[in-house]
Design a protein around this ligand. Structure first.
Ligand SMILES: Cc1cc2nc3c(=O)[nH]c(=O)nc-3n(C[C@H](O)[C@H](O)[C@H](O)COP(=O)(O)O)c2cc1C
Length: 362
């Protein structure tokens, strides 16, 4: 059986290893959501990972909701992403862009004309939005009209086309962690009575329409999806995740996507919910394509889950942000830099592109 350090065929690409970089919002774009040059340095430093997945990248003004997170809806943004993809490709790496619409957990302070953020239903999440003028409680969103949903699909498609124009190898649709597509999937946030709410089939309708439309626009070999079936982050809950995600996995499999990325934190991880059922075995039963797991992995646990055949690759979040040369450190069993949590979001070079690699500390 393969290990983390064996190659993996991902659509047209042969990845050098199965140590993937998980998407992580870092707040280093401009206040107008335009990527900055330091972002090219950050991703280039990590290009030895089999595949890098960018931070969540907002698809439209309506999808915005995170201070200094990047976007991909204007020509200026497309141009500003090009140095990022070039730097990674020149270093021999591969990079997908994660496409993000925050839905109900945006805030009027981020929205055009200070409008309410939108969601599947007028149900507020518990928690706070980190607005430019400080933390503010989430508001009750405006429920999207059925007639507006094709516009949301079109925004994802245009963002995906822009990502390809900017040089990305593909896109990962953000269907995880309590953002818009996840808000449609789970019944704690979706109480719609139209064709996009109620039954499991109806709640998956929008995410599946988005995935199908993006795959038909840029190719299924360039389209991937991320899910987090039992993650409670952003006040999410579902009454029957096994049934829901078994259905979703089967339908996404039928679209022939290039991979499915599942956040299911291991026991001991701060996001692990001991009461939640393990969904990966169910997803594996219904999804035959490339499957990626994420949440609390290190070398031993990563090798173990790949060798078990349950998944094909593992993505690393926090270890990657603090260790640009994570592949080498995992392979050599070397010590890792500790992450600096004070500089996770927003800021400049510090805690972003100044983590030392092994070579620089020898
Ligand atoms: C600073 C930070 C930013 C994150 N931003 C995103 C994001 O933009 N999109 C996403 O899907 N997950 C995001 N996550 C979640 C990570 O991708 C990952 O699921 C989580 O860190 C668990 O994996 P780990 O234990 O390897 O860190 C973020 C996590 C961190 C720590």
């Amino acid at each position: 059986m393969p290990t983390l350090f064996d190659s993996l065929q991902l659509g047209p690409h042969t990845l050098e290893n199965r140590v993937l970089m998980a998407p992580m919002t870092r707040g280093r774009a401009s206040v107008d959501n335009v990527p900055t040059t330091r972002m090219a340095t950050y991703y280039e430093q990590r290009a030895a990972g089999g595949l890098l997945i960018t931070e969540g990248t907002q698809i439209s003004p309506q999808g915005v909701g995170w201070y200094r997170a990047p976007g991909i809806w204007t020509d200026e943004m497309v141009e500003a992403w090009k140095p990022v993809t070039k730097a990674v490709h020149d270093a021999g790496g591969r990079i997908f862009m994660q496409l993000w619409h925050l839905g109900r957990v945006s805030h009027p302070d981020f929205q055009p004309a200070g409008e309410l953020p939108v969601g599947p239903s007028a149900i507020a999440a518990e928690g706070h939005s980190h607005t430019p003028s400080g933390n503010k409680p989430y508001v009750v969103p405006r429920a999207l009209e059925t007639s507006e949903l094709p516009g949301v699909v079109a925004d994802f498609v245009r963002a995906a086309e822009n990502a390809i124009a900017a040089g990305f190898d593909g896109v990962e649709l953000h269907g995880a962690n309590g953002y818009l597509l996840d808000q449609f999937i789970r019944d704690g946030s979706n109480r719609r009575t139209d064709a996009y709410g109620g039954s499991i089939e109806n709640r998956w309708r929008l995410p599946l329409e988005v995935a199908a439309a993006v795959a038909s626009a840029i190719g299924s070999e360039r389209t991937a999806v991320r899910l987090s079936p039992t993650n409670r982050y952003n006040d999410m809950i579902d009454s029957d995740p096994i049934a829901s995600y078994s259905y979703g996995a089967r339908k996404l499999g039928e679209l022939g996507l290039v991979y499915l990325h599942v956040v299911e934190p291991r026991p001991g991880h701060m996001m692990h919910d001991p009461e939640a059922p393990a969904l990966l075995p169910h997803i594996r039963e219904y999804y035959r394509g490339v499957l990626i797991s994420n949440g609390g992995f290190q070398a031993d646990s990563g090798n173990e889950i790949i060798e078990s055949g349950l998944v094909d690759a593992v993505s690393f979040g926090v270890p990657y942000l603090a260790n640009p040369d994570l592949v080498e450190r995992l392979q050599r069993g070397a010590e890792q830099n500790a992450p600096d949590f004070a500089t996770l979001y927003a800021g400049d070079d510090e805690g972003y592109i100044d983590y030392p690699s092994l070579a620089s500390t020898l």
